[in-house]
Design a protein around this ligand. Structure first.
Ligand code: NDP
Ligand code: 8X3
Length: 253
């Protein structure tokens, strides 16, 4: 990755995305930080106005995504690296009792949202003959667990999209990668449990989960390999995890 590259990070207002913004800035990049909560993005920009460009958009709505990206200032519109990170889980119940609105939120964000953003960025990369798309999947895309049916399906779709994209752009000079985190302590569980902080905190009790910065380190490493190298995919677990729902015995304290 060249210094002064332009990196677009979706889901930049929190967790892994926010950590990616900081990590890419440390690498010398300029970062377009995209999410729905524009107030947070404005806050992140403070003191680094020339290096961070907030972009408020809901990735679920293609017209909104297209309008936001069409409106980028000229010196920000050539995107060198896209980190498709915006995503969520909603609900942790069995599929037969889940709220179908939660399915829509997950599929619309994790799958259609990723495609909506890529549909603006990727053709321009292919036309230029350079660029790098890094999709954030999950260990949950590699296996399924009870109560995770639709979330796991959405992340399995991300994995198929990553592989297919790489085949589709083969020969164009564009790189396609995927980073699959295991358990990372972010706002993910608060969102999943619809704002129930106590239920969210329980997920991480007695374990040492990954930090968002651990994943951002991997993402910037993937992006900074020499141009002829494609890190196709990386799975990152905390020490205490060996699969979906497979954790070391919980320790007290
Ligand atoms: P957070 O909840 O902390 O961050 C999610 C980010 O996605 C927020 O910035 C949120 O911003 C953004 N987002 C959600 N919906 C939309 C939308 N419709 N349009 C635009 N932005 C949206 O969670 P994480 O940082 O943990 O999650 C980041 C990614 O990592 C997700 O794809 C998640 O599936 C994946 N992941 C997380 C793991 C974990 O254990 N935490 C493990 C494996 C994968 P805003 O609400 O402001 O729009
Ligand atoms: C998030 C990881 O295992 O909670 O992608 O589904 S898990």
């Amino acid at each position: 990755m060249e210094s002064d590259s332009v990196v677009l990070v979706t889901g930049a207002s929190s967790g892994i995305g926010q950590a990616c913004v900081d990590a890419f800035l440390r690498e010398g990049a300029r970062v377009i930080a995209a999410a729905r909560r524009g107030d947070r993005l404005e806050h992140m920009r403070e003191g680094r106005e020339d290096r961070v460009l907030p972009l408020t958009m809901d990735v679920r709505h293609r017209a909104e995504v297209t309008a936001a990206l069409d409106g980028l200032p000229d010196d920000w519109s050539t995107i060198d690296v896209l980190v498709n990170n915006a995503g969520l889980a909603a609900g942790r119940g069995p599929v037969h009792t889940d709220d179908p609105d939660d399915w829509d939120r997950m599929l619309d964000t994790n799958v259609r949202g990723l495609l909506n953003v890529s549909s603006w960025v990727l053709p321009r990369m292919v036309e230029r003959g350079s660029g790098h798309v890094i999709n954030i999947g999950s260990n949950a895309g590699r296996e399924v667990y009870p109560g995770g049916t639709v979330y796991c399906a959405s992340k399995a779709a991300v994995e198929r999209i990553t592989r297919g994209m790489r085949m589709d752009v083969l020969g164009s000079g564009v790189r396609i990668s995927q980073v699959d985190p295991g358990m990372v302590q972010t706002e993910f569980s608060t969102v999943r449990f619809h704002g129930d902080e106590a239920a969210a905190a329980k997920v991480y009790e007695g374990l040492t989960p990954l930090k968002a910065e651990d994943i951002a380190d991997v993402v910037t490493w993937v992006a900074s390999r020499p141009p002829h190298v494609v890190v196709a995919d990386v799975l990152v677990y905390p020490l205490d995890q060996a699969g979906s729902g497979k954790f070391a015995p919980r320790r007290a304290g």
